[in-house]
Design a protein around this ligand. Structure first.
Ligand SMILES: NC(=O)c1ccc[n+]([C@@H]2O[C@H](COP(=O)([O-])OP(=O)(O)OC[C@H]3O[C@@H](n4cnc5c(N)ncnc54)[C@H](O)[C@@H]3O)[C@@H](O)[C@H]2O)c1
Length: 253
């Protein structure tokens, strides 16, 4: 018996990193899994490698309601209504608050905040009809603390935690749960992109700051996501769960 037997889990940004680890873990737990990603080649390769009968990939941009509708409709035709949604697609932002343009601001918020509402809007009618469902929004420790040079990522991820609370109250009466999962540093391309912008010593400094002297694997984050999707988390809603290896338990000194 898998923890997600009989479920259809839809993951955004599932082609690599935390999203890909979530696709794999949800399949292992018995779900049928569909995912959307900008990266067509990586997505198709992942889906083919995982066994095409329980896994569906559709190329698309999560900032487009049409793309989400197209991929979700094809997935629902194969696997039935979506019972679990993981809003994982996201991007970093390294803007200067004075130099940033409005278009650049809108791009960050479209991916890191608006897309989560667009995907939820697409799958909620099915969840409401079923009177069941779980939505997990991948926020970040940046919702609580942040780092210089990361503007305005913290604002977008804090917004995502607010969206989580708000949506949880709206859909709770339908027995649908909505939670945020806030990872700390996790070994993915996104973190490599961050370290590549700094001096090589920063990575060592970051590891030393972590109580466990290491950062997460994508699999460790996926394990938490799958817990929140599953019935084992049946009374958890409106929450923001941190998976940061204790990083934010510490202050300077
Ligand atoms: N890696 C970390 O340390 C870390 C820490 C905290 C939060 N997060 C969050 O976790 C989530 C996943 O991060 P990751 O490290 O696995 O990133 P990643 O860059 O390795 O993977 C993100 C995936 O999302 C896809 N994607 C990005 N924008 C998209 C769009 N507009 N439409 C469709 N797909 C899109 C990318 O193509 C990629 O496959 C993000 O929301 C990120 O903000 C990551």
């Amino acid at each position: 018996m898998g923890r997600l037997d009989g479920q259809h889990v839809f993951v955004t940004g599932g082609s690599r990193g935390i999203g890909a680890a979530t696709v794999e873990k949800a399949l292992e737990e018995g779900a049928r899994v569909s995912f959307i990603d900008l990266e067509a080649a990586a997505g198709a390769k992942l889906a083919a490698g995982l066994g095409i009968d329980r896994c569906h990939f559709g190329q698309g941009n999560v900032t487009s309601a049409d793309d989400i509708a197209r991929v979700a409709t094809a997935a629902v035709a194969r696997f039935g209504p979506v019972t679990g949604l993981v809003n994982n697609a996201g991007r970093n932002s390294y803007a200067d608050p004075v130099g940033m343009t409005e278009a650049e601001w809108d791009d960050v918020f479209a991916v890191d905040l608006k897309a989560a509402w667009l995907a939820a809007r697409a799958v909620l009618p099915g969840m409401i009809a079923a009177k069941a469902g779980s939505i997990v929004n991948i926020a970040s420790v940046h919702a609580d603390m942040t780092y210089p040079g990361f503007f305005p990522y913290a604002a977008a991820k804090s917004g995502l935690v607010g969206l989580t609370r708000s949506l949880a109250l709206e859909v709770g009466p339908h027995q649908i749960r909505v939670n945020a999962l806030s990872p700390g540093y996790t070994e993915t391309a996104l973190v490599k992109e961050f370290f590549d912008q700094h001096e090589p010593e920063l990575r060592e400094k970051v590891l030393e700051t972590h109580p466990m002297r290491r950062i997460a694997t994508p699999r460790e984050i996926a394990n938490c996501i799958v817990f929140l999707l599953s019935d084992e988390a049946s009374f958890v809603t409106g929450a923001n769960w941190k998976a940061d290896g204790g990083l934010t338990a510490r202050f300077a000194g």
